[in-house]
Design a protein around this ligand. Structure first.
Ligand code: ZN
Ligand code: ZN
Length: 322
């Protein structure tokens, strides 16, 4: 009896770890998959190259690419785009200002494409650059070899959401739904095909970077996205899926905020909830419920610290000096 129970426990643990393993290993970096006719999802290799995902959208006589990626990622996307369509890339939409989504802009404009973003993307670049570009250029060959002092902002911006494109073959909507991952978060929505490209406002996996974000507002942005009629969600990192990605992303931010708020209410100091090793954050005492485990990973201590600062200082963490 005792042995049976022990075996059951071990078996259950094995299943759990297998489940964990499966969710983390179903990544298919550098593959291109058709989502609906004329819309392809390219999964970026975040682990080895730091690349984001991209979406290729075919219009009547041109292509729209979602996200510029890093320069090396931009070149891979360009090659793959040529394999699925002979049409030229006319627009590249930066979902936000981060290097893995926008530093490839000069590669695309050199090809004759027009880079496009919500006005908040250009404003975030002004806020954080050229410092980040110059730091990245020291460690990333693809950025360094461009020999530029600063990133290239999107050539075209819009401030009224949604911004529309419709050439008769397809209607494409560019939305700003509020501050979640950055102040510039842009979504691409195809109403007929029910496809939503979310950038990093929704990731499928433990990829959330919160330092430029607004953790308290994040779930509200997901609420707005979920009001759209959606079948396919194509996230900035992690594999494609459906609305469950937006719901899970919303639940993760809600649970993170709730758990940290409870710790603050219990009188915990920031050093009680996150542990440092030198200048590196190594662990956190905060535990989140199982339903959000897909979003929990090595960044949790940093996310907890960011949530702590945001709640304690009554300001979006991205508004605090960093
Ligand atoms: Zn990213
Ligand atoms: Zn990002």
């Amino acid at each position: 009896m005792k042995h049976t129970r022990l075996w059951l426990t071990a078996g259950f643990a094995l299943l759990l770890s297998l489940g964990f393993f499966l969710t983390r290993s179903d990544a298919q970096p550098n593959t291109v998959k058709q989502i609906v006719p004329g819309v392809w999802f390219r999964e970026g290799d975040i682990q080895h190259a730091g690349h984001c995902n991209n979406v290729i959208i075919e219009m009547k006589d041109h292509l729209i690419i979602v996200d510029a990626n890093f320069p090396s990622g931009a070149r891979l996307v360009l090659e793959d785009a040529k394999k699925v369509s002979s049409k030229p890339v006319k627009y590249v939409f930066d979902t936000h200002h981060h290097g893995d989504h926008a530093y490839g802009n000069p590669v695309w404009t050199k090809q004759g494409a027009i880079t496009l973003g919500y006005v908040g993307v250009a404003e975030e670049l002004k806020r954080y650059e050229p410092k980040r570009w110059q730091e990245t250029a020291k460690t990333r060959k693809d950025v360094g070899e461009l020999n530029l002092d600063q990133p290239e902002p999107p050539k075209q911006t819009f401030s009224k959401s949604p911004y529309l494109m419709n050439d008769g073959s397809r209607r494409v909507e560019f939305h700003f739904l509020g501050w979640a991952h950055t102040r510039g978060d842009g979504f691409v929505y195809l109403p007929k095909e029910k496809v939503l490209c979310s950038g990093d406002a929704a990731a499928n996996g433990p990829f959330n970077y919160t330092a430029d974000g607004n953790i308290g507002n994040w779930p509200k942005v997901m609420d707005k996205a979920l009001k759209l009629d959606i079948e396919h969600v194509l996230p900035g990192h992690g594999g494609p899926g459906g609305k469950e990605i937006l719901e899970g992303q919303r639940a993760f931010m809600t649970e993170l905020h709730k758990a940290v708020e409870a710790a603050i209410r219990d009188g915990k100091k920031v050093d009680d909830v996150v542990k440092m090793d030198g200048t590196k954050l190594v662990s956190t005492s905060i535990r989140l419920p199982d339903n959000v485990h897909n979003w929990v990973g090595p960044s949790l201590p940093a996310q907890v610290r960011d949530a702590y600062q945001e709640i304690a200082q009554h300001k979006p963490v991205g508004d605090l000096p960093h």
